[in-house]
Write a protein that binds this ligand. Structure first.
Ligand code: ASP
Length: 434
């Protein structure tokens, strides 16, 4: 059985962090596939390598001298190399990167070198073979991932080499050109590796001991989530809880491979287990998340107009502008569409004016002051009285509820409040139910 381990940027930020990684790997023989991010911050004021590489790429693009940046980046890797006495020629590697960049290799290539170089150093340090993600993480030309080809390639490399280090965050098109995942995408690489070898588990090592029930910037010292299901995690991350990349669940979900979120700096702490189902059912709320600045757009139609036709015409306006819809509430002659304010920032006037011109629409009202609080829990399903309990918390704390939504799977209750009540609402729910 194999355990895939992924280490985030702060876990590989310095030689000291590399040493912690090695200790973790050596504690368990099953940890045979290692995925690394690019070195992150060593301290608060530090720069992340990935951010510096984005900057470097713009310098190259506009022909601006980038010597200071190159020196800073190279020195980050040189320092790790020096302190751990590794035989990787960082300077030569970077010369090649710069040659390729000047010859038009593009931003995704330049940025991907952060994880590439980190994996080179890590493989030398652990004595595991280096496998370039460009050879095993395969994208189609339309930018979608080819899971089948990826699985085959990973499996054959792993069978050939036995213990490997793979850079996270990128793969390649069939032409070999580099393609990045979105930011934080090394989590997805780890998940793909776990899927490919049908791993026993996927450990995601970071700098926090698992996921917390609520955002620690809002709730003081929130409890840790012991176990969360894939479904719950999806709801929580969609509503703003950020520990893992949103897409890292998909590859492992089918095969029911559990993900563990663990802390490189406190490796003995339990962390959070993400799995298909859980026997822990003493609490009905698993997590609380939420986001501010939604818009509620209420569309009123003439009585004689067919509601289905009006809704479908209005939805096509959102489709035209590529604006995602969060929820739709309908009543007799009106319906309300909730969208994330950010998704409509650029084209709000165009969207509203197109909606106004839909046949049968007589009024469009917009409420810009809406925050959504999502209370998520697998144990809410099929239990009467849960929503009453949650809503009473809002009433008791004098928080006005603007809108309510519950998915039919009954694992989340979403409550809309005014932006100013957002933090208060999260604290109130946390204090009552946890
Ligand atoms: N290094 C990339 C980022 O900062 C990818 C990752 O760390 O997962 O987003």
């Amino acid at each position: 059985m194999i355990t895939v381990v992924k280490f985030g940027g702060s876990s590989v930020a310095s030689s000291g962090q590399f040493a912690k990684v090695k200790n973790i790997i050596e504690k368990d023989q099953k940890r045979k596939i290692v995925v690394v991010s690019a070195p992150g911050k060593r301290r608060k004021e530090d720069n992340k390598i990935t951010d510096m590489l984005y900057l470097l790429s713009s310098h190259v693009k506009y022909g601006i001298n980038a010597d200071h940046l190159i020196n800073e980046i190279v020195e980050r890797y040189e320092e790790i190399k020096r302190e751990l006495n590794l035989g990787v020629d960082v300077k030569r590697e970077f010369e090649i990167i710069m040659e390729n960049a000047k010859n038009g290799a593009g931003e995704e290539y330049v940025v991907s070198r952060g994880e590439y170089l980190c994996a080179k150093l890590m493989s030398a340090y652990l004595g595991y073979s280096f496998v370039d993600a460009a050879e095993v993480v395969k994208f189609n030309y339309d930018g979608t991932l080819n899971e089948e080809l990826t699985a085959e390639a990973v499996k054959s490399k792993f069978e050939e080499l036995g213990a490997i280090v793979v850079p996270g965050f990128y793969g390649a098109y069939p032409s070999g050109e580099i393609k990045l995942f979105s930011r934080g995408g090394s989590d997805v690489t780890g998940s793909l590796m776990a899927m490919a070898v049908n791993a026993e588990k996927y450990e995601n090592w970071t700098d926090v001991s698992g996921m917390l029930v609520a955002d620690p910037r809002i709730v003081e010292n929130p409890a840790r989530i012991e176990e969360v299901t894939y479904e719950e995690l999806r709801e929580l991350s969609y509503m703003g809880a950020s520990v893992l990349h949103e897409e890292s669940v998909f590859p492992v979900r089918e095969l029911n491979i559990p993900i563990y979120v663990l802390n490189t700096n406190k490796p003995d702490e339990a962390g959070t287990k993400i799995c298909r189902s859980s026997d822990i059912n003493d609490k009905f709320v698993t997590g609380i998340a939420g986001k501010k600045n939604f818009k509620a757009i209420t569309i009123t139609k003439v009585v004689s107009a067919d509601k289905l036709v009006v809704i479908s015409d209005v939805l096509s306006v959102f489709k035209k502008f590529g604006v995602k819809i969060e929820h739709i509430h309908t009543s007799v002659d009106s319906f309300t569409i909730l969208v994330n304010g950010k998704d409509m920032e650029k084209n709000v006037f165009d969207v509203l004016s197109d909606i106004k011109s839909v046949k049968g629409v007589i009024a469009v009202d917009v409420d810009n002051d809406l925050a959504l609080v999502a209370v998520v829990g697998r144990n809410m399903r099929l239990k009467p009285g849960i929503s009453a309990r949650i809503f009473s918390i809002f009433g008791k704390n004098n928080i006005n509820i603007k809108t309510i939504a519950q998915g039919t799977k009954e694992i989340n209750i979403i409550v809309g409040v005014q932006n100013a009540d957002f933090e208060k609402a999260i604290r109130a729910v946390y204090n009552e139910v946890i």
